[in-house]
Design a binder for this molecule. Structure first.
Ligand code: SF4
Length: 216
């Protein structure tokens, strides 16, 4: 992977999506933590609907830590995998209350030690609320990285390592927002919109679909 190619791809995507940002709604680290856990196997739009109500009721880690699991399960049910998510969010907040005075920690080591928090969630937080450079590999970043041959690994944690090597560190957080936005809006999973893709000329993916006109 040439440095020039990566630079070109990122610069074209930045131009195409100057408004790239997280789709999840949040006002503080705790809200982003809960929203990101809820977003596993669920669309961000659905999570935003659920958190619109949820965040009015739960304002502190203590609020989540003290809730009844059955009640919380019902409140987040529509995000899917709600039993597991409820268990993790409550356990995670108990740990925040016990070990961090109810605050969300800002190091990768402390974040991934929380129940329900993997590297993706930790990196979303580090990059978007703690002002650090972090590569967060969600399903969209994963797909786009593969299609554009920026990464080869079969699991998100190794794709993260690959992207860290080829993207300059000062661009880690922003690049993931831009790659993710490309994946949501254009390089979608089924039937990518290659005709309108800003990096189509640099893409060799077998998933590429170029509509050719049959008119004479
Ligand atoms: S050409 Fe198509 S498959 Fe390739 S990056 Fe663009 S949208 Fe994705």
């Amino acid at each position: 992977m040439s440095e020039e190619r990566v630079k070109k791809i990122l610069s074209l995507l930045e131009k195409a999506y100057p408004d790239a940002k997280l789709v999840l709604h949040y006002k503080n680290p705790l809200e982003l933590l809960v929203a990101t856990i809820l977003a596993a196997q669920c669309t961000d739009e659905r999570v935003n609907k659920v958190t619109e109500t949820l965040f009015k009721k739960y304002k502190t880690a203590k609020d989540y830590a003290n809730t009844k699991q059955e009640v919380f399960e019902e409140e987040i049910r529509s995000t899917g995998f709600y039993k597991n998510k409820a268990k993790n969010i409550i356990a995670c907040n108990k740990k925040l209350v016990e070990g961090f005075h109810g605050n969300v920690p800002d190091t990768i080591e402390e974040l991934v030690a929380l129940p329900g928090v993997g590297r993706k969630t930790a990196n979303v937080l580090l990059g978007n609320v703690f002002g650090k450079q972090a590569v967060a590999v969600d399903t969209h970043v994963f797909r786009v990285a593969h299609r554009l041959e920026l990464a080869e690994a079969n699991d998100p944690d190794n794709v993260e390592q690959e992207l860290c090597k080829i993207i300059p560190q000062e661009k880690w957080t922003r690049s993931c927002l831009v790659l993710g936005t490309h994946g949501r809006r254009t390089c979608v999973a089924r039937k990518p919109l290659c005709d309108t893709c800003a990096v189509e000329k640099l893409c060799n993916s077998p998933d590429k679909i170029i509509e050719t006109s049959n008119c004479i």
